[in-house]
Design a binder for this molecule. Structure first.
Ligand code: ADP
Ligand code: MG
Length: 452
């Protein structure tokens, strides 16, 4: 079909990061004379429209001449489209078309996806004093999995590059040995899969699958806290892999011994191999990361003064740096204005104000509860009535917008909810801000209260 040819062409033509960031997330629905491209959000839609659409159209004309289909862009995903011939472009996580994603495995055993993000590789990881050791250890392990250090335990604060490094190791192992079975899973995902296996009576399958990998990467093990059955299961998986010299890579927000709510025997095993820290980056590294991201993701040459401005103001972590960069570039894209320091300052006003005021999830919850005249505890409860659920969604969205916390962390802070609930809330509110005048106003009022 036309779109898959077009994809091949774009993949060949574009820098890989740009391809992965903008083209891979698109899903396509091919109709008789038109290809509908579904973008996950407005930003991607606009970006593709402004930067790649001409290229796509003219390429289609080259291959199909006057039969070339037209192309239309809309926001959506395949889950929302029915009764049409749908062709996923490829999941952003693991691309099925690459032979390296496959490994030989027993029949009637569904393959475990590697879940690796192709953008998270060593090439895109900027080196600095703060991450030198963690990076070097990771490369070692990528080159000699199972033999150098086992397990590798990477710890450090939110948004400092732990997940990126883990994926980079996984990608490297697969690059060197396409048959290796590499599996990345967030500890919450491990728990969820285990619960599902218990429900469906497939726990033996679950055990076998996890124990037959060559490299198991478990992210954010602090989320195992208090989940005893999962810890038990993971303990056995760990032992099996360790004994057969398969690589285990773990991350956490703190040093193994300091992760609370974990069994002692797990904590001690976590320290058996090599434990490395990632520290917050210094100014020069922040600037280097910003310039590199602007180029890789957006093809934008970020002026030094702007990179220094952002780097000086946003100090906490790299995820937030990236958020700031995205915001500035999205703004520049919409307004068509050049990216100057003044412009950056303007675009980041809310975010910087929130940072200066050190907005926390707790004071967001308090402020939202007061605003809607409900109790803070209601926000954390399981109540589902609209009068509670809507404020809760608004509070979650504000937490996402104004703090650096990840979705799982926000979920945790809202009475132990799943990160998908938070994701759903932020999408819902984004949608309602467009369509429901009241929500837009409430959100705006709250944003101002919290940041001024
Ligand atoms: P963590 O898992 O520690 O919370 P992530 O690995 O998710 O952090 O990193 C957050 C973002 O910052 C990601 O988009 C990642 O690519 C980026 N990032 C982190 N460290 C670096 C680095 N040294 N160079 C380039 N990008 C980085
Ligand atoms: Mg992470």
């Amino acid at each position: 079909n036309f779109w898959s040819k077009c994809i091949d062409h774009l993949e060949h033509d574009l820098p890989q990061q740009q391809f992965n960031t903008w083209i891979r997330p698109l899903q396509s629905v091919e109709e008789a004379h038109n290809i509908r491209l579904l973008a996950p959000n407005q930003f991607v839609l606009n970006w593709v429209q402004n930067h790649y659409l001409d290229n796509i159209t003219s390429y289609l004309q080259t291959i199909a001449g006057s039969n070339a289909p037209t192309v239309s862009l809309e926001i959506g995903s395949r889950a929302n489209t029915r009764n049409s011939q749908e062709q996923p472009t490829g999941s952003p996580i693991s691309s099925q078309d690459k032979p390296r994603a496959r490994a030989p495995r027993p029949e009637n055993d569904a393959p475990m996806p590697s879940n690796l993000n192709p953008n998270f590789v060593f090439d895109t990881f900027v080196q600095g004093k703060s991450n030198q050791l963690a990076r070097a250890a990771s490369i070692q392990i990528g080159e000699n999995p199972g033999t150098a250090y086992n397990p590798l335990f990477i710890y450090g604060g939110v948004g400092l590059g732990k997940t990126h490094l883990m994926h980079a190791i996984g990608n490297m192992i697969l690059d060197n040995n396409p048959k290796a079975r590499v599996v990345y899973v967030h500890s919450e995902g491990f728990v969820a899969q285990m619960v599902k296996a218990l429900q469906h009576n497939t726990i033996d399958d679950f055990k076998r699958r996890f124990r037959s990998v060559n490299a198991l990467l478990i992210d954010d093990v602090q989320f195992f806290a208090g989940k005893e059955r999962s810890q038990e299961e993971f303990f056995h998986t760990f032992n099996a892999l360790f004994e057969s010299q398969q690589q285990i890579i773990l991350s956490s927000d703190r040093f193994p011994k300091e992760v609370s709510g974990l069994e002692e025997r797990l904590k001690s095993r976590f320290g058996w191999g090599l434990t490395v820290a990632i520290e917050p980056p210094d100014l020069e590294t922040r600037v280097a990361i910003l310039k590199s991201k602007a180029d890789q993701l957006f093809g934008v040459d970020l002026p030094n003064e702007v990179a220094f401005f952002i780097g000086k103001r946003v100090r906490s972590n790299i995820r937030e740096l990236e958020g700031a960069l995205r915001r500035i570039i999205a703004n520049a894209e919409f307004t068509g204005r050049p990216i100057t320091q003044e412009f950056a300052k303007d675009a980041l006003r809310d975010m910087l104000a929130a940072q200066d005021k050190q907005v926390t999830i707790e004071n967001i919850q308090k402020t939202v509860a007061e605003y809607f005249k409900i109790r803070t505890s209601d926000l954390l409860s399981s109540k589902r009535s609209r009068t509670i659920a809507r404020p809760r969604q608004i509070a979650m969205s504000l937490a996402k917008e104004l703090t650096n916390h990840s979705l799982p962390e926000i979920g945790e802070a809202f009475g132990g909810r799943d990160h998908t609930t938070v994701l759903y809330a932020t999408r819902k509110i984004l949608e309602l801000k467009e369509s429901d005048h009241r929500v837009e106003e409430d959100y705006g009022n709250l944003l101002r209260t919290l940041t001024s």
